[in-house]
Write a protein that binds this ligand. Structure first.
Ligand code: SF4
Ligand code: SF4
Length: 214
């Protein structure tokens, strides 16, 4: 088992023990802006305003109702909050001014920390590839990120993806937006150890704030 999986299991076990039968409290304490969920009056405006609503298994309105009903596994293993495109339609229309977008992303982030995201969820996979790429040097290496995307489903699929996208790749190279030399290092921020320390500190603060270390 990887270190990140072990950490996810530890956090999940602690959360289950501490918040048994009180998922709303868990969300209030551990999810970004989760303390606002109780303000929802189930009017349905967000569900009707979300441009992707018909493609969601559960609308934001329904997710808030499920949180209050204690449907922990159904919410956290849902694909729905990963569909949010941050268009902010819901926030500007909610009569109770709930920060719905932030809560959707907060729930997705929390589910990821607990290792409850459905396998192969594409938004999560892309976000992870982007973050892992960025974390190494403090800057995104476009070439390595593109290759990681193409080959995430295996070598054969990677070749097919690369061939399908070769026109765009060549155009990016001509416009100097993509360099083949990035494969042997690429640009990076100057203070590498400083970046790693900054990220470690940010994680520690976030863990303390969310009670994961409590
Ligand atoms: S618009 Fe606001 S109050 Fe209405 S259901 Fe959505 S979150 Fe709840
Ligand atoms: S911000 Fe997200 S949840 Fe809100 S309307 Fe847009 S896609 Fe839907």
């Amino acid at each position: 088992m990887s270190e990140s999986n072990k950490a996810a299991n530890t956090v999940a076990a602690a959360a289950v023990a501490r918040y048994r039968n009180n998922f709303l409290k868990e969300v209030e304490e551990r999810v970004e802006d989760g303390d606002m969920v109780k303000m929802c009056m189930q009017c349905g405006v967000c569900a009707g305003s979300c441009p992707l609503g018909p493609h969601w298994e559960h609308s934001p309105q329904k997710i808030f109702m499920m949180i209050r009903a204690g449907k922990r596994d159904e919410v956290l293993s849902s694909d729905s909050m990963w569909m949010c495109t941050s268009c902010y339609n819901c926030i500007v229309r909610c009569p109770r001014q709930l920060p719905i977008t932030h809560i959707m992303h907060g729930l997705a982030h929390y589910a990821n920390r607990l290792g409850m995201v459905p396998k192969g969820q594409p938004t999560r996979d892309i976000a992870k590839l982007f973050w892992d790429n960025l974390l190494k040097t403090g800057r995104v290496n476009e070439l390595k990120f593109s290759l990681a995307m193409y080959f995430k489903d295996g070598f054969v699929q990677g070749i097919k993806n690369a061939l399908a996208m070769q026109g765009i790749g060549l155009s990016l190279m001509k416009a100097k937006r993509l360099s083949p030399m990035e494969i042997i290092g690429g640009h990076k921020c100057k203070d590498q150890s400083g970046i790693q320390k900054m990220i470690a500190k940010a994680r520690e603060i976030e863990d303390r704030r969310r009670g994961a270390l409590a």
